[in-house]
Design a protein around this ligand. Structure first.
Ligand code: AHR
Ligand code: AHR
Ligand code: AHR
Length: 476
């Protein structure tokens, strides 16, 4: 049985079931999600390999070959049509046209389930999905339960959430949300240690227990795959969690509603969000693999059975890179492949990263030492040959040369994953934290660019060539 078959047997059926990795009902064989490719704007639906099975990642890979793909729809498997699509603006605007949020790359979060490849939803800051008019979600003080699972991918921005939120994308007051939160934001609540924590976003507050601030019962949890559970009903709620790859769930809080005013009774509105706050705050990052919302307050026993099903799905990591191998410790050059520019190499002038034609005077500036990714060792960082200790990083989507300050932000901004080149040559190099964005030269200056995004340097014209580089021997 799948997670939603188990919730059904427990008397608390799923009223929304979202996953890009697998069917959440034993009999589900419909579409899990939709992708849209950059080359021609065509869309394709991705279904499980068989009823109840793992997503057909190979279908996505062939549809998206040689171009970029975004996840446009995460379908609801419950039959209620509670699909998640690109979130609209609300209290805050997203970065896309008309204030919409960005869509996730279809390839930012590869995993395997029982050895079969699938893709999660990698949420970068600015990315969000929403449904402001769903059917059957909890309203007011009605009970609901939700479960999600994430990786070690988080930040302190507001707010990497999944669950119940406002139907107008604005902050309408305390108690108007009941969504799972994952990250290390400490503006409102926090738990034991330095985070990240599973908390409840109840609007104008992330709660780790009954009190509004620190609750030591909520532990730091940072397994590569985590199961996170939040459930709430009239004057009772609970946070539970555990390692999604093994073992059982623990209860981090179970008891009465918060003492702060406005949270008892609750005023849930019933919209569904993923990756953002209730008011469309878009500062957070995280990875979503699967999540459900139920009708009714699930029993611990039901959730424990769901956890066993998740463990049996055997989520595991897989390679984040493809194409020509990069060797950690080697020194390389990166040559542009755009016709008319293919004698230029990725180089730096002071802190600016650009492309330059090689000459006797710039070989050092155009040479890079490949390091294990400072923010994720499954990818790479590029250390300057002539300025050891300084690395290529992105800042406001421009590439810069900067000294490693050892912050989490720097390390993540300096981490890049190589894949087969989009134009069929060499390699394309995407930002780990923004997998829709690749090393690109534009007017001979280097950026991390998305295919047809809002910035001038995101131009779709010549995109595939501009983001493809031949990685060769170091010039110095
Ligand atoms: O509760 C935390 C956040 O506060 C909510 O997600 C958002 O709507 C508000 O800014
Ligand atoms: O380059 C995008 C973001 O810009 C970086 O992640 C951050 O450091 C800066 O604000
Ligand atoms: O970087 C050189 C060129 O500038 C790129 O190929 C093009 O996209 C832009 O006009």
């Amino acid at each position: 049985a799948g997670p939603c078959d188990i919730y059904s047997s427990g008397g608390t059926p799923c009223i929304a079931a979202h996953s890009t990795t697998r069917a959440l009902y034993n009999s589900f064989s419909g579409s899990l999600y939709q992708v849209k490719r950059g080359s021609d704007g065509a869309t394709a639906n991705i279904a499980p390999l068989s009823a109840g099975g793992v997503a057909n990642a190979a279908a996505q890979d062939s549809f998206c070959a040689g171009t970029t793909c975004l996840i446009t729809i995460i379908y609801d498997q419950s039959g209620r049509g509670n699909h998640l699509t690109q979130a609209p603006p609300g209290g805050f605007k997203g970065p896309e046209p008309n204030g919409y949020d960005s869509l996730a790359s279809a390839t930012g979060a590869p995993v395997t389930l029982n050895g079969q490849k699938a893709y999660g939803v990698f949420i970068s800051p600015g990315t969000g999905y929403r449904n402001n008019a769903p059917s059957g979600t909890a309203k007011g003080d009605a009970p609901q339960g939700i479960a999600i699972f994430d990786g070690t991918h988080y930040n302190s921005g507001c707010c990497f959430d999944y669950g119940n939120a406002e139907t107008n994308s604005r902050d309408t007051g305390n108690g108007h949300m009941e969504a799972l939160y994952f990250g290390d934001n400490t503006v409102w609540g926090s738990g034991a240690g330095s985070g990240p924590w599973i908390m409840a976003d109840l609007e104008n507050g992330l709660f780790s227990g009954r009190g509004s601030k620190n609750n030591a019962g909520d532990p730091t949890i940072n397994n590569r795959f985590i199961t996170a559970v939040l459930k709430g009903g009239p004057n009772q709620w609970s946070i539970r969690g555990g390692n999604a790859a093994s073992g059982s769930l623990s209860t981090f809080y179970s008891g009465a509603r918060p003492t702060a005013s406005g949270y008892n009774p609750m005023s849930k509105e019933g919209a569904i969000i993923l990756g953002i706050g209730g008011d469309n705050s878009v500062g957070a990052q995280g990875t979503f693999y699967e999540g459900v919302m139920t009708s009714g307050y699930p029993s611990d026993a039901t959730e424990n059975a769901v956890q066993a099903d998740i463990v049996a799905a055997k989520y595991a990591t897989t390679s984040l890179t493809s194409g020509p191998a990069l060797t950690v410790g080697s020194s390389v050059s990166l040559r542009a492949t755009t016709s008319g520019y293919d004698t230029r190499y990725l180089a730096h002038t002071g802190t600016t990263i650009n492309t330059q034609v090689a000459s006797s005077s710039n070989r050092q500036q155009a040479s890079w030492t490949v390091r294990a990714g400072l923010g994720n060792s499954a990818c790479y960082s590029f250390e300057s040959k002539d300025t050891p200790g300084s690395y290529i990083r992105h800042y406001n989507f421009a590439l810069q040369l900067a000294a490693n300050d050892n912050s989490k932000q720097f390390k993540e901004d300096a981490t890049f994953c190589a894949q087969a080149g989009l134009n069929g040559q060499g390699s394309s190099i995407r930002a780990w934290a923004y997998p829709t964005r690749f090393f690109r030269h534009y007017n001979n200056v280097a950026y991390i660019a998305s295919n047809g995004g809002v910035n001038t340097f995101d131009s779709a014209t010549s995109f595939s060539a501009d983001v493809t580089w031949v990685v060769g021997a170091s010039l110095a």
